[in-house]
Ligand binder design. Sequence first.
Ligand SMILES: [Zn+2]
Ligand SMILES: [Zn+2]
Length: 230
Amino acid sequence: METLYTIPVNMAFEECADSQENCCPFCRLYAELEDTELEYILGASMMEPDVRVKTNEQGFCPQHFSMMLGRKNRLPFALMMESHLMEIDRHSSRMGFVDKELPALEKSCYVCGRIEQKFPKMLETAAILWDRDPEFRKKLAAQHMLCLPHYRMLLTAGKGIVGKKKYAAFKEDVDAVFRPYFESLMADTSWFCKKFDYRYDAEPWGTAKDAPERVVKFLCGDLHTVAKKK
Ligand SMILES: [Zn+2]
Ligand SMILES: [Zn+2]
C-alpha cells in the first residue's frame, strides 16, 4: 500500500469527524499542505539555492502572496522578492519576455505547484484506504461533510483506484456523506431567505444564520484560510 500519505489522511479524517465545526477533511489536508509550504518557504528553505531558483522563476499567486505577507517573516520574504525582481529584470530584454514569459509568470505559483504535486496523492490515498481498510470506511462514514470540489476530486480519483466493480459501492459511501450536508445546506439557505419575510419573523433562525458563508465554503472549498492547528 502507498503509505506516504496514510497517516495525514487518517488524521484529517479523524479530526474532522471529531470536530464541532463543519469540516471537509480534504480542505483540512489542503490547508496543512499549504501551511507546511509557506512555513518552509519563509523558513528553512529560504536560503536553499535550488528552491530560490524556482521561486525566482515561478513567483506566487495573489492568494499566496497575501498569505505570506500575513506572516511575520518580513525579511525572508523581502530577500526572496529581491532576487525575484532581479530575475524579472534580467529577463526583460529577452525575446518573448512580453508575449511568453510574463503571461506564464502571471499564471504560475511556487506554492500552488508544490500543493498540486502532493494533493492528488492524498485523494488517491483516501480511495486506496477505502478499498483496503474497513476502519477507514467507518472514518469516512463519520464525516460531517465534503465540499463540492473535493467530492468531485475524490470520486474521480476513486474511479482509477477502486476499479469498475467496486465503484458503485465507493460512490454510495461518498454520497452518504455528501448528500445529507448538501441537502441540509439547501434547506438552510431557503430558510435564510424566508427569514427576511415578515411572516417568519417570530420563527427561530435554527442553523440558517451562516448559510451564505457555508454555501461559499461548500461550493469553493474552505481554502486559503489560516491552517487549522491541531
Ligand atoms: Zn474540501
Ligand atoms: Zn498559489
